[in-house]
Design a protein around this ligand. Sequence first.
Ligand SMILES: NC(=O)C1=CN([C@@H]2O[C@H](COP(=O)(O)OP(=O)(O)OC[C@H]3O[C@@H](n4cnc5c(N)ncnc54)[C@H](O)[C@@H]3O)[C@@H](O)[C@H]2O)C=CC1
Ligand SMILES: O=C([O-])CC(=O)C(=O)O
Length: 327
Amino acid sequence: MSFKAVVLGAAGGIGQPLSLLLKNNPLVKELALYDIVNTPGVAADLSHISTPAKVVGYLPPDGGLEKALTGADIVVIPAGVPRKPGINAGIVRTLATGIATAAPKAAVLVISNPVNSTVPIVVEVFKQHGVFNPKKIFGVTTLDVVRAQTFIAEVLGDLSLAHSINVPVVGGHSGVTIVPLFSQSSHALPAGYAAADLEALTKRVQFGGDEVVKAKDGAGSATLSMAYAGAEFAEKVLRALKGEKGIIAPSFVHLTADAPGGDAVKKAIGKDIDYFSAPVELGTDGVAKIHPLGELTDSEKALVDAAVPELALNIEKGVSFIEASKL
Ligand SMILES: NC(=O)C1=CN([C@@H]2O[C@H](COP(=O)(O)OP(=O)(O)OC[C@H]3O[C@@H](n4cnc5c(N)ncnc54)[C@H](O)[C@@H]3O)[C@@H](O)[C@H]2O)C=CC1
Ligand SMILES: O=C([O-])CC(=O)C(=O)O
């Protein structure tokens, strides 16, 4: 069993390396690349790679978005502009409308920032079209996990461990809404690791994006690490769609009653919030189960408490953007 994957924003800084990684994924039989520019070139380039996926590029004229999306099993959205939330809201609304019309059953992986608001935008558009399935819409927070894995491995002095470190990062995807649960890491920090160092490590995960923006000196935000993270999460979703069991990864999802576990997360965070990034068990229909946050330390509880009000505002911004555009 193999799948049709679609990348919306495929010609961008994330879109191109992400498309390369998906072209390299044996679970992908067809790769449709959509952007407002340059996809014919990106598709022609990738199509010479000797892996099975058939690659086709699409542009807006002649129903390009609809053609790209038709028959999609998974749609990954890295379209938009780094650090321009207002512009991205409109772009994501347009793309979500296309998906709701042409591929309402596909798994939708939202990378475009701010994820805490763009995921609610996709959900509200799907609701308007009567096709909302909370099990199929994912905010991609994998880069936060990838950073936490790497930074723990750096502290442990062995980067070869990084990929095997299992560390949940929950909450949302921006600043203080990002909550790494280092106490639950499969690889513990060194005994006697100072509280101030733990605080600094937490901040480094929360503001890892700023580190890259600064180093790129005005030339954009994280693209290559994000492509890696997006491809890794997409691969997990595809493996689960194919029937593999027991795959769990944090993702920013709707805490619906339709997927068991959401209520327990709401209880743990002490607020009736509609979205949270929690460890999600993936299945043949998307979200199979939302896992609990587990035992939190006092400092982790404080991080969750700080995250929730900001998260609630971000979510409301996304919802009200669509509400307002209904008028
Ligand atoms: N979730 C996460 O962890 C991360 C999210 N991001 C976000 O990913 C997004 C993309 O970042 P980059 O690739 O660096 O930006 P970029 O500017 O290099 O690429 C964006 C691409 O989107 C395309 N685009 C614009 N409007 C479009 C539309 N209506 N339909 C289809 N494509 C459209 C552009 O033509 C461009 O090719 C940004 O919003 C950024 O903030 C970035 C890093 C991490
Ligand atoms: O910081 C940014 O603007 C991009 C991003 O989401 C990240 O690197 O985590």
